[in-house]
Design a protein around this ligand. Structure first.
Ligand code: UN1
Length: 488
């Protein structure tokens, strides 16, 4: 048995699923026939018409139960994330914890969803803003956070009054099916939710295309590559839908002369090699002050040499496999390209045997070349050098992506400058913390080719609702705004 969360039926379909741990086929997931998409969409619309009438705190009760069921299934779902994606055990569990956290957040939110009152310029008038359910939300997720990203979107969408339709990565159908089972446990305890409140569709691009094209799905939240977003975003907007895009990152750390290097080294190693460099927030560029570079490189080479690489289920392993052989080939090709641009590569060696295991690479670059400016979803850390602080900020910002960034410094002026209008241009900017591993309480996402969307905490919920501005006249006169006279 692959997981107690999965039935036999869910492992004997047609879509082959491979474990990156050894590259072996572990199951065949059932696929959704694209011809069924019109019915899926109609079902979501029916569910919307019922769910939007349910008071938000009652909707929150469903998400509270989901959080309880996730707590009960944490070990099992975490283990399945490890099996299907190759994350080390604690990161598989951490991913489920991220789901639990957003459920807790959304339960509180279900008693808030605050609007504003606004001062009216007219006597006897009241102006207010109300947030209302918007409709079914399409959720397209990537392999690297196969379940947490669904939860960020689904927990918010559900308390906001919207059904969800989920298309997971074709590489991770099993964790999606297991999550759906866990959701169904919450649903059965909840009792009276409409049919089709959270649907799952598994398969190829035809399913995503149907979601993206449908006017029945006013919001599409898509996580993945910038290339995917450049197709999905315009297509959703062309039919007047709302895309929430969370795309590529090319996240940097500036290491300033005053940095606490012990802390910086730990943050660098987790940021660059954690999740085998397959987070959209992974650390990809190090911008180091010239005075520190040799010392820091020596420490990093030593730290990298001590990292346990191998079976992610084994206690002590810190780096598991890449998702597949294609990812490994892309990593090796980028390292070759970096060498032709003058890069000096440490590590980056592919291991013999099954599974896509590669030692993480540190690459000292003479400049921020085209290779450095591209996101490669692998544990490659490019090391660049700076002399003057403004140059460090300029290098940090001079890439097409704008997701996450950070600085290690004990200098207050540098720290605040990094967070200022002329500092980092990213959606996430941290001080003395690495770029990855964000808490769910903040809004998550970034600028430029990262797509501009925000998910998860803060007021990201507004992206899942429609805003209604209302002016109520409780006087016996009908004055017009802006002093316009129009007497009939
Ligand atoms: C992603 O890689 O798509 O901040 C999400 C982090 C995690 C989420 C990453 N909380 O690294």
């Amino acid at each position: 048995m692959i997981s107690p969360l999965l039935s036999l039926f869910e492992t004997q379909g047609t879509l082959p699923v491979f474990s990156p741990i050894d590259g072996a086929e572990i199951a065949r997931a059932p696929e959704t026939d694209p011809a069924l998409m019109p019915e899926v969409l109609a079902q979501a619309t029916r569910a919307f018409h019922a769910w939007r009438e349910v008071p938000a705190p009652r909707r929150g009760e469903l998400v509270r139960l989901l959080g309880e069921e996730l707590r009960a299934a944490k070990e099992e779902l975490g283990a399945l994330v490890t099996l299907e994606v190759g994350k080390i055990t604690s990161e598989g569990l951490g991913e489920v914890q991220e789901m639990i956290d957003i459920c807790d957040f959304a339960v509180g939110l279900s008693r808030q969803l605050y609007g504003l009152t606004i001062a009216s310029e007219r006597p006897g008038h009241r102006m207010a803003e109300t947030w209302l359910p918007i409709g079914p939300v399409g959720i397209i997720t990537a392999f690297n956070f196969p379940v947490a990203v669904w939860a960020w979107n689904a927990a918010l969408a559900l308390v906001c009054g919207n059904p969800v339709i989920w298309k997971p990565s074709e590489k991770t159908p099993l964790t999606a099916l297991a999550t759906q089972r866990i959701f169904e446990r919450a649903l059965s305890r909840f009792g009276d939710a409409p049919e089709g409140l959270a649907q799952l569709v598994i398969g190829g691009p035809a399913l995503g295309a149907a979601l993206v094209a449908s006017k029945a799905v006013p919001v599409i939240s898509a996580t993945g590559s910038t290339r995917m977003g450049s197709v999905v975003g315009p297509a959703v907007m062309a039919r007047w839908g709302r895309p929430i895009l969370e795309l590529g990152g090319n996240n940097a750390m500036i290491v300033a002369p005053s940095a606490d290097l012990d802390m910086a080294v730990r943050a660098i190693v987790f940021g660059a090699v954690g999740t085998a460099g397959q987070r959209c927030t992974s650390l990809r560029r190090l911008i180091v002050h010239r005075s520190l570079r040799d010392d820091l490189m020596a420490r990093l080479i030593k730290a990298y040499a001590s990292l346990a690489l191998g079976d992610p289920r084994k206690p002590g392993t810190l780096i598991g496999p890449l998702i597949d052989q294609a990812a490994r080939a892309r990593m090796l090709a980028q390292l070759d390209r970096a060498r032709t641009e003058g890069g000096v590569v440490h590590g980056g060696v592919a291991l013999e045997g099954p599974g896509a295991y590669v030692t993480p690479a540190l690459v000292v670059m003479p400049a921020q070349t085209e290779t450095v400016r591209e996101e490669t979803f692998a544990p490659i850390l490019y090391v660049l050098t700076y002399d003057d602080f403004p140059d460090a900020i300029a290098l940090q910002n001079d890439v097409p992506q704008g997701l996450s960034s950070c600085i290690f410094t004990l200098n207050l002026r540098e720290a605040e400058a990094f967070l200022s209008a002329s500092g980092s241009d990213c959606g996430i900017a941290n001080v003395n913390i690495g770029p990855s591993g964000a808490e769910i309480g903040g809004a998550f996402g970034g600028e430029k080719e990262t797509g501009g969307g925000r998910e998860s905490g803060s007021d990201a919920w507004r992206g899942y609702m429609r805003r209604q501005t209302s002016t109520v006249n409780y006087s016996a006169k009908l004055p017009l705004a802006q002093g316009v006279k129009f007497d009939v």
